[in-house]
Write a protein that binds this ligand. Structure first.
Ligand SMILES: Cc1ncc(COP(=O)(O)O)c(C=O)c1O
Length: 501
């Protein structure tokens, strides 16, 4: 088994624990020097000056490189090991897309440059918009939102403006399934809507009868991801869209799970009016802590003029920026995260139509294979064929052996695998959500299932305490609540507190 991401083998520095960059600092050391001034010196006004010197670390270039390289190797990464984080689509990102995005012609182009000098860049967004709308079955798109959650807010503000312009302000409720990602109700609330929850039936799908009960003249719309967060395809999706449309509401597609259906079916054909895609999941940029993302929002033609601008149009073979007439306004500076969009286009061209058509099918095949072998060790939450991800539950193991989803995740990390998503969706007790993606080989999937079996067996046979895991990583079980509640990221103020349950 490959044990990527295991930091225990890293040498300590001089036999001691890794120093911080501040501890490495020695007065006078430099990683770089400013070039000699080759323009006339200008006095800076006193009001712009401060008498407090910044306390920046002073280190040599090599110390700097070694320090951050050592830290980087302690991180788990898509390039180091299997990262089956459900709902996050942590798949391998082809180097070629990164190579193109790092070409100086793209990386150094400034967004304020007049469009007549950046026709190539505009053509990239224009072409990507065409591919994305083709894949999702929509008509036009904006690249402003920098993430899925921002795409959700964009979509909901579009719904709001559309309703206002059509004198339908009384429509103030957004229906969200109880299985939804937390960003869905949060975005609806941020956009000023009331959130109405619809339940999930025993098979893991939207409860149609409950939906019909919840829909009324105040329904502004529904947010849904399909496949849903249980990894199941909402087989009643056409009926669901119709229930909302019949009451004059709009249907929003949370594109977090688009990877499952690329090349197979399209949200636009299922009745969705607005779709966000997470380019940073489905199309070549890592999701999560991996840097900026992109959550372009695509709509049907009747919503085009509400999109945040600028969007690219083509007139007489010239590309131009266009501000939609009733735009909700900007969601991001300039044109969104252009280099993430560029990677997505390169990825699509690299795979071609044939590759894109196979993408979703292979993602589903891998998930079905993995679910069939994992289910021998941990029961699945739903007895339905999964799409690109599936949810297992250790609720029985918790009862019999006090073993929690959290413990399994930590034990996997110790053995070189990233944890699956845990405790999501909220409606599944002790949930472990696995998403293998299409980029894993069958050997890696077998390795993961075999490792899970070892972990569970070890616990049952030896009754060893799972709370000891991870044993070999630089960080064990930090308190995840404190940093979220008290955001203090300055060195000196931050304490790594162990969990005290
Ligand atoms: C189902 C679902 N919806 C929305 C989001 C939010 O996407 P983002 O993290 O790009 O804001 C996620 C993120 O993983 C998700 O899984």
């Amino acid at each position: 088994m490959y044990s990527g991401g295991n930091a225990s083998s890293l040498p300590l520095v001089g036999g001691k624990a890794e120093p911080t960059i501040k501890q490495l600092s020695k007065p006078g050391r430099r990683a770089s020097r400013f070039p000699k001034l080759d323009v006339p010196e200008v006095e800076i006004s006193n009001s712009a000056l401060t008498s407090i010197k910044p306390t920046l670390p002073e280190v040599s270039e090599h110390d700097l490189v070694m320090h951050y390289s050592r830290l980087a190797h302690r991180n788990f990464a898509v390039d180091l090991g299997f990262y089956p984080l459900g709902s996050c689509t942590m798949k391998y990102n082809p180097r070629f897309a990164d190579f193109v995005a790092s070409l100086p012609t793209f990386a150094n182009s400034h967004p304020s440059t007049p469009s007549k000098f950046t026709q190539g860049n505009l053509s990239i967004l224009f072409e990507l918009e065409h591919y994305l709308t083709e894949i999702t079955g929509m008509d036009c798109a904006t690249f402003q939102p920098p993430a899925g959650a921002s795409g959700e807010l964009t979509g909901l503000l579009i719904i709001k403006k559309y309703l206002q312009e059509n004198n339908l302000q009384h429509k103030n409720q957004i229906i969200v399934p109880d299985s939804a990602h937390g960003t869905n109700p949060a975005s609806a609330k941020m956009a000023g809507f009331e959130v109405v929850e619809v339940s999930t039936d025993l098979r893991g799908m939207v409860n149609i009868e409950d939906l019909k009960d919840k829909v009324n003249e105040n329904t502004a719309g529904l947010m849904l991801t399909n496949p849903n967060t249980g990894g199941l395809f909402e087989e009643n999706i056409v009926q669901i869209s119709k229930v909302i449309h019949d009451e004059g509401g709009l249907v929003y597609y949370d594109g977090a799970n688009l990877n499952a259906i690329v090349g197979v079916c399209r949200p636009g054909d299922m009745g969705f009016d607005i779709v966000h895609s997470n380019l940073h999941k489905t199309f070549a940029t890592p999701h999560g802590g991996g840097g900026p993302g992109s959550g372009p929002v695509a709509v049907k033609n009747f919503l085009r003029e509400y999109l945040p601008g600028p969007i690219v149009i083509k007139k007489d073979d010239i590309y131009e920026w266009y501000e939609p007439a009733s735009s909700i306004g900007r969601m991001h500076g300039y044109h969104g995260n252009f280099l993430v969009a560029l990677r997505a286009l390169v990825y699509m061209k690299l795979l071609g139509k044939e590759g894109l058509d196979e993408l979703g099918s292979y993602a589903v095949l891998n998930a079905r294979y993995l679910s069939s072998i994992v289910s021998k060790v941990i029961p699945l939450a739903y007895d339905e064929p999964c799409m690109h991800e599936f949810v297992a539950s250790v609720k029985n193991l918790k009862k019999s052996h006090k073993i929690k989803a959290y413990d399994v995740g930590k034990a996997l990390l110790d053995r070189g695998f990233h944890s699956p998503t845990i405790y999501f969706p909220l409606i599944v007790e002790e949930a472990l959500m696995f998403e293998p993606t299409e980029t894993q080989t069958v050997d890696t999937l077998d390795d993961l299932a075999a490792t899970l079996e070892i972990i569970i067996q070890e616990l049952q046979e030896t009754e060893s305490s799972f709370e000891e895991y991870p044993k070999n990583l630089p960080v064990g079980r930090p308190n995840e609540l404190i940093p979220a509640k008290h955001l203090t990221v300055n060195w000196g103020d931050f304490e790594l507190l162990e969990i005290t349950e």
